[in-house]
Write a protein that binds this ligand. Structure first.
Ligand code: SF4
Length: 76
């Protein structure tokens, strides 16, 4: 799955939302998040983010963000 990280906070350009083929972005209070169960790992959103906030979960140190993406997108 891909994960939205810190650089998205108070950004919310929404470019990523428009390109996602499965509509798995959800809006948290301060940032957008990706539902890890719905993301199909296509990677289309990554280059669309002007803040470079979207990263693949294969990068290290993203546990906290993964958890946040999962919890904020689960309430919908
Ligand atoms: Fe959507 Fe693809 Fe980005 Fe996952 S990797 S959030 S499916 S655009």
């Amino acid at each position: 799955t891909y994960v939205v990280t810190e650089a998205c906070i108070k950004c919310k350009y929404m470019d990523c939302v428009e390109v996602c083929p499965v509509d798995c972005f959800y809006e948290g209070e301060n940032m957008l998040v990706i539902n890890p169960n719905e993301c199909i790992d296509c990677g289309v959103c990554e280059p669309e983010c002007p803040a470079e906030a979207i990263l693949p979960d294969t990068e290290s140190g993203l546990e906290k963000w993964l958890e946040l993406n999962a919890s904020l997108s689960a309430s919908w």
